[in-house]
Design a protein around this ligand. Structure first.
Ligand SMILES: Nc1nc2c(ncn2[C@@H]2O[C@H](COP(=O)(O)OP(=O)(O)O)[C@@H](O)[C@H]2O)c(=O)[nH]1
Ligand SMILES: Nc1ncnc2c1ncn2[C@@H]1O[C@H](COP(=O)(O)OP(=O)(O)O)[C@@H](O)[C@H]1O
Length: 182
């Protein structure tokens, strides 16, 4: 059965790292989303995101979309179907609002991975090392942008505390072998 692995959690928790691992090890494609935020060093157009201008963003047809600060993010049904043509399992990095939309619209096709770390200090250190602007880090690690796991989503969430990447990979290996049996 076709499934979508939703990956959500705070900035710096390791969502992109996990999605990359699923692709490199299992060929599980990432459903690319669209954003108007500027590219970070190391990111590539149509690899990390479809980077858009405010005008090109307006022309798209979204499954759901959100705004973070002054930047827009959104995902399309077309992108999901395209990824599903390549593989029955696909991954998608979203925020918590996106998780609600996907669970509502796709029900049991959703496998929800919630990624976090034991401490917020670890997130801050990783984001500084990644080269993020300290002001932006402050915003990302507070309020709604922190993407904490809400009580009503706990029943759907498979939580990964990504303090140790090797341990995380082992957990992912057993998750994928179970999902591939479905
Ligand atoms: N709902 C929704 N959230 C998205 C989408 N694309 C990205 N996000 C979320 O937007 C937030 C900001 O993403 P980004 O700027 O790449 O920062 P990062 O989390 O630090 O890598 C993250 O929580 C992403 O999961 C989307 O299409 N829909
Ligand atoms: N378990 C881990 N231990 C230490 N650093 C990690 C771990 N997982 C990911 N990282 C690093 O932390 C930074 C943030 O990870 P990333 O996957 O970009 O997070 P997110 O997509 O959730 O914002 C990256 O530089 C990544 O290489």
């Amino acid at each position: 059965m076709k499934k979508i692995i939703l990956i959500a959690g705070p900035s710096g928790a390791g969502k992109t790292t996990i999605s990359d691992y699923l692709y490199e090890k299992y060929d599980i494609p990432r459903v690319l989303t669209h954003t108007t935020r500027p590219m970070r060093v190391g990111e590539k157009q149509n690899v990390s995101y479809h980077f858009e201008t405010d005008d090109s963003f307006k022309q798209l047809h979204f499954f759901e979309h959100v705004k973070y600060g002054s930047y827009q993010y959104g995902s399309s049904r077309e992108a999901l179907n395209l990824a599903w043509e390549k593989h029955d399992l696909v991954s998608l990095i979203v925020d918590i609002q996106g998780v609600y939309s996907y669970i509502k619209q796709l029900g049991d096709k959703v496998y929800f991975l919630y990624v976090t770390t034991s401490t917020k200090e670890e997130l801050k250190e990783r984001l500084l090392k990644r080269g993020d602007d300290p002001e932006k880090i402050k915003e990302r690690l507070s309020g709604n942008e922190l993407n904490l796991l809400p009580a009503d989503l706990k029943q759907y969430a498979h939580v990964i505390v990504n303090d140790n990447l090797n341990k995380t990979k082992e957990t992912l290996n057993s998750i994928i072998s179970r999902l591939e049996e479905d």
